[in-house]
Design a protein around this ligand. Structure first.
Ligand code: NZQ
Ligand code: ZN
Length: 392
């Protein structure tokens, strides 16, 4: 077991109609002017945006708004948001949406409060000195950005999708009403489920120590997400299943399921970020498409964890060799992905990748992680290319 810090400062306000509290929650932050940040239109269609504005107005909170965040959020809009906030004297950001909106909001928050070009943070050239405070109304259970320290932005001209992690961007509050996720297309619900599972798996498939408490939380979380995702395939309006998945989404990426490990593997995420940059695919679908290939490439180097995952999470019978059991666990997760409409390779993802694109993604990925990365198995550029090729 490794030493660890666990920092989860976000106030979670969970349950039905909780978005009506947003005016009070923002007012309690003592800010002068709020930026309401949102995506491509789902919050307008659902009427949520109007309810948010009404709640702010009833508390006398001034606001400006900036919509138009797209999945794999773009740097261009971040710059626009920074200019708007500076011009309007905005001192609080309210992100109404999913991971893309929250991440864009975090980037704007850094850009307003820290001198210099915000993209340099995402290039890991320097660290932020400050970030505007952020509040969230979550509309999709997926990225976990509502309680995480992470933000992922895409620079459109170079197709670089890059992350920046810093505790100063963890949201002050997150309003989580599972009912708000009921307007999601089934595909987006599936993408969210894949991402939630992966955030715990990245911390679970490691060779660096473990903590039984953490492992049991991780396994319980994964079993629970799988069980409730299956319910949502048949009954998308099931409130309790929505609530289980939503809460799991936050716990899966706020650090809880990594306490005592070696920092995690995170190579599936690094591989997917290149795919998101290159092909603009939904993050969760990209993860599902590449995970099986990653798992088959690394499992022999992390056999004890793959065996444990197979038996404790996927319910595989402990019969046969350890390698056979581990492979059955991988197959079982892929079968689950197919059941919830998620792809298990590039073809199912709808991507016809060219060999030179795979090489380019492997080159970029290796470059970004400083040459090599991974705990289940340390991967270099040639390994990354092999995994992409296996995923075709
Ligand atoms: O833009 P709108 O119209 O709102 O539509 C969105 C979008 O098209 C739609 N949607 C969201 N809530 C909805 C809804 N549609 C109907 N009803 C609702 N209630 O869903 C689509 C996807 O939204 P997005 O915010 O992109 O989803 P997600 O939460 O999966 O975020 C993905 C982004 O987060 C990053 C990913 O890389 C990707 O860029 N990640 C962020 C992390 C973090 N900050 O901690 C960690 C993750 O590993 C991930 O990398
Ligand atoms: Zn993710």
């Amino acid at each position: 077991m490794f030493n660890f810090q666990y920092y989860a400062p976000t106030k979670v306000v969970f349950g039905k109609e909780t978005e009506s509290q947003v005016g009070q929650l923002v007012k309690a932050q003592g800010c002068k002017k709020v930026l309401i940040h949102y995506g491509g239109g789902s919050v307008k269609r659902s009427g949520l945006l109007d309810r948010v504005k009404a709640s702010l107005e009833s508390e006398g909170v001034a606001y400006v708004e900036l919509g138009g965040v797209v999945p794999n959020p773009r740097l261009e809009l971040v710059y626009e948001g920074i200019d708007l906030c500076k011009k309007e004297g905005v001192d609080f950001i309210l992100a109404v949406g999913g991971g893309s909106v929250i991440d864009s909001g975090k980037a704007i928050g850094y850009g307003v409060a820290t001198e210099g070009d915000v993209w340099e943070l995402y290039e890991h050239k320097r660290n932020a000195t400050a970030c505007l405070p952020i509040g969230v109304i979550l509309t999709i259970a997926a990225a976990g950005s509502e309680t995480s320290n992470s933000s992922v932005i895409t620079k459109e001209d170079t197709l670089d999708k890059r992350f920046y992690d810093d505790d100063i961007s963890r949201p002050k509050f997150a309003i989580m009403n599972p009912e708000l996720t009921m307007t999601l297309p089934d595909y987006q619900t599936g993408c969210g489920v894949a991402d939630i599972l992966m955030h715990t798996q990245e911390r679970y498939f490691t060779n660096g120590g473990n903590m039984e408490m953490t492992d049991q939380i991780a396994e319980g979380l994964m079993r629970n997400v799988i069980a409730n995702a299956k319910i949502l395939v048949k009954d998308p309006k099931n409130y309790d299943a929505r609530a289980e998945v939503m809460w799991a989404g936050s716990l899966s990426h706020n650090g809880l399921t990594g306490c005592g490990n070696d920092g995690g593997d995170f190579m599936t995420h690094m591989l997917e970020h290149e795919m998101g940059g290159m092909y603009d695919v939904a993050h969760g679908a990209g993860l599902a498409a590449v995970w099986g290939s990653w798992a088959r490439y690394v499992y022999k180097n992390c056999l004890h964890r793959f065996v444990r995952f197979a038996t404790n999470v996927m319910g595989v019978e402990a019969v046969g060799t350890e390698e056979e059991i581990a492979l059955k666990g991988i197959e079982a997760l892929e079968a689950f992905y197919r059941e919830i409409g998620m792809p298990t390779n590039f073809r199912e993802l709808g991507v016809e990748a060219k060999d030179e694109e795979l090489r380019e993604m492997a080159r970029r990925c290796a470059n970004y992680v400083g040459g090599e990365k991974g705990s289940a198995r340390l991967l270099k550029e040639a390994d990354m290319y092999e995994i992409y090729k296996m995923a075709l």
